[in-house]
Write a protein that binds this ligand. Structure first.
Ligand code: ZN
Length: 400
């Protein structure tokens, strides 16, 4: 036990609220209004062979996005061109002989190392030259593209990654590769929103499933999404599925202890899309109003997560930060020393939480400061949060 406490424990998450930082003003109603159904539909038409796409300037059509078909690569190039057209940087993540994720990056204005991700898989089924995969999952991909379009001229404090996963249908391979290497650049994940099948609502009940698990602050994210649905009168009936299914890319995030939620049509419920994974999964069967509403909810939630620095977030202890900070001795009795190797040490603060994330105390500190913790602290484990201009460091400490 003692030995363990001297290391960063990458799998431990702490929940707390940034009550000392001010929320950015952002007009979520304006963002809801900007989500455009025609744009959503045209994206799906392009991804499913109904509309011409231009890849490196050449007219083409995408008729199957199955990973073994040429349309899979065409879809990747189409998405890459589109994200570039919106003015974002892109990153390609090759994870196997056939698998390639596309990541569009909107850098945060204030905290570029804090990242919110919205993602959808672009590969599809069946393994056939004709695999439109309109609902599964051109619908989700279209909403991610629409998020990129709507937010392109809005400045936000946190970084947004627009993620297009490949080979979800083979077992979440793209998102698994991404989440297992996330954090190597010292990034902190604020939250992930997954969109997978968001356009089928045959019985017109507006039921949407919100998949969540009690991992990191996933439940807080889900609560915020529910509030946005109410506050902006999106009109969806949210069914919280907890624990969420393991069948889409959010599961890769949970598996790595990252905060994640997923929105989708009835998958566990009775109104299930009968064309799922067939060559008849086409846009003709969409409920357009429903598709529009889920897209609005997802994009407004994304903007909220990326802008409101006061909302409760879960921060992972980051195993890649251990060189930047030293906290000793640990275990401690009354005094503990904090030493930080950050370039910019103008803003440093520490806060102490109990293991359930309840705030106990905190103050601004100097580098290499010796902190005396009050005598009334009971013996046991605590969470120390050190915040610099660029990073948040979390370490479990033990009073003995
Ligand atoms: Zn599928």
């Amino acid at each position: 036990m003692k030995l363990l406490l001297q290391f960063w424990i990458a799998t431990t998450f702490i929940f707390f609220s940034f009550s000392n930082t001010k929320a950015e003003e952002i007009d979520l109603q304006d963002i809801v209004n900007k989500v455009n159904l025609d744009s959503l539909i045209e994206n799906v038409n392009q991804l499913t062979g109904r509309s011409t796409v231009y890849i490196q300037g050449v007219a083409d059509t995408i008729v199957s996005r199955h990973y073994l078909h040429i349309g899979n690569e065409k879809a990747f190039q189409f998405l890459k061109n589109r994200i570039h057209d919106y003015g974002y940087a892109t990153d390609s993540m090759v994870f196997s002989a056939t698998g390639k994720n596309l990541l569009g990056i909107k850098e945060g204005e204030l905290y570029p190392k804090r990242v919110v991700i919205i993602g959808a898989h672009y590969d599809d089924l069946p393994n056939s030259p004709k695999a439109p995969g309109a609902d599964d999952n051109a619908s989700g991909v279209s909403a991610v593209l629409e998020a990129a379009r709507v937010l392109k001229d809005i400045s936000l404090p946190y970084t947004i990654v627009f993620a297009f996963w490949d080979e979800e249908e083979r077992g979440l391979l793209g998102s698994a590769a991404y989440t297992s290497s996330f954090g190597k650049n010292n990034d902190t994940l604020i939250g992930y929103i997954n969109l997978d099948m968001i356009a089928w609502d045959e019985n017109l009940d507006n039921n949407v499933e919100l998949h969540v698990r009690p991992v990191a602050n996933s439940l807080d994210l889900a609560g915020t999404i529910q509030n946005i649905n109410e506050d902006y009168q999106i009109g969806l009936k949210i069914q919280v599925i907890n624990p969420g299914s393991g069948d889409s890319d959010y599961a890769s995030f949970w598996k790595n202890n990252y905060p994640a939620v997923g929105l989708n049509e009835e998958y566990m419920g009775t109104d299930f899309n009968p064309y799922w994974h067939t060559s008849s999964d086409i846009i003709d069967f969409f409920n357009f109003q429903y598709f529009h509403k889920i897209s609005q909810l997802a994009i407004a939630s994304l903007a909220k997560f990326a802008s409101d620095t006061s909302i409760s977030v879960g921060i992972s202890e980051n195993k890649y930060l251990s060189d930047n900070i030293k906290v000793y001795p640990n275990p401690f009795s009354d005094k503990i020393v904090v030493k930080i190797a950050e370039q910019d040490q103008s803003v440093l603060s520490f806060s102490l939480f109990d293991l359930r994330g309840k705030y106990i105390l905190g103050e601004n500190i100097q580098n290499q400061q010796e902190i005396s913790l009050p005598n009334y602290l009971a013996k046991g484990n605590y969470i120390l949060k050190i915040q610099s201009k660029e990073h948040i460091y979390i370490q479990k400490i033990c009073k003995q």
